[in-house]
Design a protein around this ligand. Sequence first.
Ligand code: AMP
Ligand code: GLY
Length: 431
Amino acid sequence: MTETVLLVGGGGREHAIARAVDDSADAELYACASNRNPGITDLAEGFEEVDETDPDAIVEFAESVGATLAAIGPESALNAGVADALDDAGVYAFGPREAEARIETDKAFQREFMLDHAIPGCPDFEVFEDGEAAADYIRNYDGDLAIKPRGLTGGKGVRVTGDQITKEEGAEYVLESDYDTYVLEERLVGEEFTVQAFVADGQYRVSPAVQDHKRAYEGDEGPNTGGMGSYSDATFELPFMTEGDYTDAVEIIDAVVEAMPDYKGILYGQFMLTSEGPKVVEFNARFGDPEAMNTLPVLETDFVELLVAAREGEELPELTFSNQATVCKYAVPEGYPTDPEAGAKVNIDPESAGEALLFYASVDARDDGVYTTTSRSFAVVGLAETITGAEAIAEEALAKAGEEGLRVRHDIGKAELLQQRIDHMNEIRGE
Ligand code: AMP
Ligand code: GLY
């Protein structure tokens, strides 16, 4: 039977999901988002402009196209109950309902859930509803802290003392910002990595680890962004990790799935590999952006078959991956993320990207071409036997695109940065 898949969201991550649906043996794609992503609309039979946090509008579109499945990209939609509304309307949503999505959307819930269910890898934390009390705690805490507003902040609300700011600046941050609840937690030190699991009916299937680069500028300088680019290796680990580190992370995911039997969709574990092994930085309730662009292109298992098995409550297929390394680099508008300048013409398309894959993100498709907006513009992804080989393919595509009005972190995936990560981890392990 042909499945009719509704995709919610219009970024680079969703372009990667659209490709995975398009590569599927028997599926038709429809899409809805607040922006018109030309990569997605080119693959879709139909597109509707909607607010991604408007469940009624999304259900109406799903019903009008006869959707049999839905894939939800952004956390804002999960937070707004889009999965609940689609499920209740009889359209199986591969994405958690609002209650389970709290594992991402409510950071206090997430830490308390870990504590209540004895999920391994939870840092010490305290929750504060009072800014004054939070500021006092920060000033008197013996060590550095991560300061996190409870709700979603688009990846821009967290501050880490001893890294981006001093403790006094951290205290001022909680006094001056108007978030109502903060989670203050022990600062974890190490190397970060992500493992994304496909989850349904108490089962899960994992994918290769990915490392994102959140800082805006080369050498990990500047403010945090949504993610400037990411890489994965031809194996499930990354060069700075052992197989045992990966397995330890999977054990944490296993414990979450056991403690949340109704969870469905992608469970994204963000880990800090510390001297004591992987600890949880956070969980997300959806694919990462950019990490989806590393994972889906190497997934050989039919993505829609996986969703059908999830919907039917069948055993999820074992996943196979192409054993290739990947490097993803985002091109972002000049000035991003603080003062982005929109309106540059994007001089690359899927054909001219050559050997690399091109994923459009926040762009504006006009009659005379594709233009940048104020958020991440497009990503190129190289696939090869090695990370450095994949990096070279991504760079070739970027060279063809030109960089007028755009900025790229060229260091992502380069041998020098990979070695720095290995050295850093050795130092942390005291080797
Ligand atoms: P989030 O918005 O939760 O993704 O956090 C953004 C970034 O803050 C993470 O990717 C980490 O780099 C950093 N971060 C969050 N929690 C911690 C922590 N407990 N220790 C150190 N860094 C953290
Ligand atoms: N790349 C980080 C995220 O998707 O949250």
